[in-house]
Write a protein that binds this ligand. Structure first.
Ligand code: ADP
Length: 385
């Protein structure tokens, strides 16, 4: 019975965090109930999916048997296994070439630089000599990174200013594969969200300007404060990348704007935090366009419906549960609150707020007010959270 359902009813999502939860919401709106492969009953999306499977992520192969198309909420996946499934005809979205590039930062740097995309100068860091030699060439500070994206909850990026600091990181991180790269003078960090169908038809969203704190994405403003030429170049670059990788679904392309132009920093092979603004600010959210793209349906419009939007992440603190302050946050008109149903923990991403309005100054103010309300804080104009 089950196997006779049309493919659109057999969409599987591996992982059940907030990305899966918002993808699930978008799919439900289209009459599609995705299946979930969750790790725990407390996972954000699993809370809203009574028939989620609670198995270890290694169980992808058996999960795939009951799906026609599978897509991903996170990066903790064995690419070799996915490659085997793809070779057997399974529709893996966005595709293993894209997933490998997003999951393995060293591989990503290698293939993109070979293809002529601008990336920071980089080298594999197998031991101290690799970093010392690299720093001789590019001088300190240099950046040491874990090569596997999304495998740890904390940022795996260390800016080191001396050989002593570098050796300390190398000894503390000896359990993981590392790379070293040139420290870029970044004018602005930008993200381009793009959705692409199997035949290559794609749409990009307005460019988002991203502010990070301690290596974690914190505030997203749209439109980015860049000229139309840079914006067009960034969108073109994202499209070229997605075409090269044969990506199907949403690709999030993180760029550094430097004095010498745009440099590719990172790829997320799924809807990403920097694209949450699309839920309220655009005609079609990144989640809906992801579902449309992976099932090969026409993509929806991606333009902004408002002059500006700001998204702020709501990160857990030691003494506060944002759900307890929902009423205060909902009183702020123009700010849209999303809570992911997670147990509060310090530093944990518990939700986000997006404000839409007439200017980034205004939306930033509204989003800060809503975030402060959720965290039980008094908001003072001009204070950063
Ligand atoms: P993550 O997987 O933690 O998001 P990223 O590679 O995106 O790791 O790095 C996180 C942040 O660290 C970036 O957004 C940027 O602010 C900073 N960063 C990363 N690489 C560099 C670099 N080569 N030069 C300068 N800053 C960097």
């Amino acid at each position: 019975m089950d196997s006779q359902l049309p493919a659109i009813y057999r969409l599987g999502i591996v992982g059940a965090g907030q990305i899966a939860r918002m993808t699930q919401q978008a799919a439900l709106q289209l009459g599609i109930t995705p299946r979930l492969l969750a790790e725990s009953i407390d996972d954000s999306a699993a809370l809203a999916a009574p028939d989620a499977r609670f198995t270890h992520p290694d169980a992808i192969a058996s999960f795939a048997e009951v799906c026609e198309v599978i897509t991903f909420d996170h990066e903790r996946i064995d690419i070799g296994l996915l490659q085997a499934l793809e070779n057997d005809g399974m529709q893996i979205r966005p595709g293993t070439k894209t997933l490998r590039a997003a999951f393995d930062k060293l591989h990503q740097r290698r293939i993109l630089s070979m293809k002529g995309f601008q990336v920071p100068a980089f080298a594999e860091a197998k031991g101290p000599d690799d970093v010392i030699d690299f720093a001789k060439q590019y001088s300190y500070p240099v950046v040491i990174k874990g090569t596997k994206a999304g495998t740890q909850s904390k940022s795996q990026v260390w800016v080191v200013s001396s050989q002593e600091e570098a050796l300390k990181v190398l000894s503390e991180q000896s359990q993981q594969e590392l790379m070293v790269e040139q420290h870029m003078d970044i004018l602005t960090e930008l993200t381009v969200i793009l959705a692409r169908r199997p035949g290559g038809n794609s749409r990009t969203y307005p460019i988002a300007e991203v502010t990070n704190k301690d290596g974690v994405c914190q505030q997203i403003n749209v439109p980015a404060d860049i000229g139309p030429h840079i914006a067009a170049e960034a969108r073109g670059l994202a499209k070229e990348l997605a075409d090269y990788l044969g990506c199907v679904g949403v690709l999030s392309v993180e760029l550094f704007l430097t004095a010498d132009g745009l440099v590719v920093n990172e790829l997320a092979a799924r809807p990403s935090n920097a694209g949450h603004f699309t839920i309220e600010a655009c005609a079609t959210s990144q989640f809906e366009n992801h579902v449309r793209a992976i099932l090969d349906y026409p993509l929806g419009p991606t333009e902004l419906n408002f002059a500006a939007a700001t998204t702020l992440n709501v990160l857990g603190t030691a003494d506060c549960d944002p759900a307890m302050h929902l009423s205060d946050a909902l009183a702020i008109e123009g700010a849209h609150v999303h809570l992911y149903g997670k147990m509060p923990k310090p530093g944990r991403k518990l939700g986000h707020v997006t404000a839409v309005g007439n200017s980034v100054d205004h939306t930033s103010e509204l989003a800060c007010q809503a975030e402060a309300a959720l965290l039980g804080r008094r908001y003072q104009k001009g204070s950063s959270s």
